[in-house]
Design a protein around this ligand. Structure first.
Ligand SMILES: [Zn+2]
Ligand SMILES: [Zn+2]
Length: 372
């Protein structure tokens, strides 16, 4: 089969790899029909994720069709359409029983990190019964793909850890795919104000279209002053940090109001400063975390009933075999106006009419970008 293989910092290749096989009775073999790229993949390629060894197939998000299951898998059978959770988990250990799937003693973030991932024609999924979710017949597969990681991450690590509630003033620092996922899911709780801060004007426009009440371009470095002016000097109730940089970490602390919650989603490459000597008098709660994907079933219900449409985050569509080109587009996200890219297995993309709309959309988008 073909797969996107990490070969050390700055090096990747779309190359031939052996098709995976069932190794454990709890495994499933899934034919990947759609996958996508994540900021985390770029972090690996920068050499920022030490756990990912050269030779690993990248990718932790995907939907597909079950091809084979191990002898103890009872919830899935060949032919089932499934969401592959970015977190694989046994469902039985102490952590899993507490809903901490990302801390599973025999799982966590493995795919595209410590084991071969989803940017391939096939993937082996450990602990299939707890790590896959059945996609109903009438469910949009691009929407399903967004549930592998980004929508649950925005909801669980941003909105739920931040304890967003009715009437709150919420700031989201970073309007990439996960920041926008936090924006979409924050609205389940009807906050009174959602301020989105970024450096990219296109992403800020997108945020405005998706429910941000105020957007701030921090190119001038004045975001903290602007947020404090907007809140009569009080600061925000919830600050959701989605970048993982010293600048946004500092900004969170500068804009958080008394009794506020800081929810950190961003992946930090190195240590950052926490100003406890200032924050302690403000009764601040700070939460850090990795997604557990426990909300996937709830989000499926919300999508099915039209409460949220994650396909609005899809900006580009490619065939899986065009993945190197897709990486180039994603790495130049600002220039390319890229948010979330969908890669469809060539066998599925080739079906007559299957991708016609997507191809036309992409041509129109390319022409519009060239005209700008
Ligand atoms: Zn991801
Ligand atoms: Zn477990």
């Amino acid at each position: 089969m073909k797969a996107l293989v990490y070969h050390g910092p700055g090096q990747k290749a779309w190359e031939e790899k052996p098709k995976p096989v069932i190794q454990q009775p709890t495994d499933a073999l899934v034919r990947v029909t759609k996958t996508t790229l994540c900021g985390t993949d770029l972090a690996i390629l920068r050499g920022g994720v030490a756990t990912c060894q050269p030779g690993t197939i990248l990718g932790h998000e995907g939907v597909g069709v079950v091809e084979a299951v191990g002898s103890s898998v009872s919830g899935f059978k060949p032919g089932d359409a499934v969401i592959i959770s970015c977190i694989t988990s046994c469902g039985r250990c102490d952590y899993c029983h507490r809903g901490l799937y990302s801390n599973c003693t025999d799982g966590g973030w493995q795919l595209g990190n410590t084991i071969d991932g989803t940017q391939a024609e096939y993937v082996r999924v450990p602990h299939a019964d707890n790590s896959l979710h059945l996609i109903p017949a009438d469910f949009d597969h691009e929407a399903a793909l967004m549930l592998s990681d980004i929508i649950p991450t925005g909801l669980e690590v941003g909105v739920m850890n931040g304890e967003v509630k009715f009437g709150d003033t919420v700031a989201i620092l970073g309007a990439g795919p996960v920041g926008l996922a936090a924006l979409l899911t924050a609205q389940f709780y009807a906050p009174g104000e959602i301020i989105v801060i970024d450096l990219d004007e296109h992403r800020l426009q997108k945020a405005k279209a998706l429910g941000a009440t105020i957007t701030i371009n921090n190119s001038d470095g004045q975001a903290a002053e602007k947020v404090l002016a907007l809140t009569n000097g009080r600061g925000v109730d919830v600050a959701i940090e989605v970048v993982g940089s010293p600048v946004t970490c500092e900004l969170c602390q500068n804009i958080i109001g008394a009794g506020g919650h800081i929810a950190d989603i961003g992946i930090y490459a190195k240590s950052v400063q926490l100003h406890k000597h200032i924050l302690w008098t403000k009764n601040i709660t700070l939460r850090l975390g990795t997604v557990n994907t426990t909300t996937i079933p709830l989000l499926m219900k919300a999508i099915k009933n039209g409460k949220i449409d994650p396909t609005t985050l899809v900006s580009h569509r490619f065939k899986l075999s065009d993945i190197i080109h897709a990486y180039d587009v994603f790495a130049n996200a600002a220039q390319e106006q890229a948010i979330k890219l969908v890669l469809t297995n060539d066998a599925d993309a080739a079906q007559p009419g299957a991708n016609a709309e997507a191809v036309i959309q992409e041509i129109v988008a390319q022409v519009l970008r060239k005209m700008q």
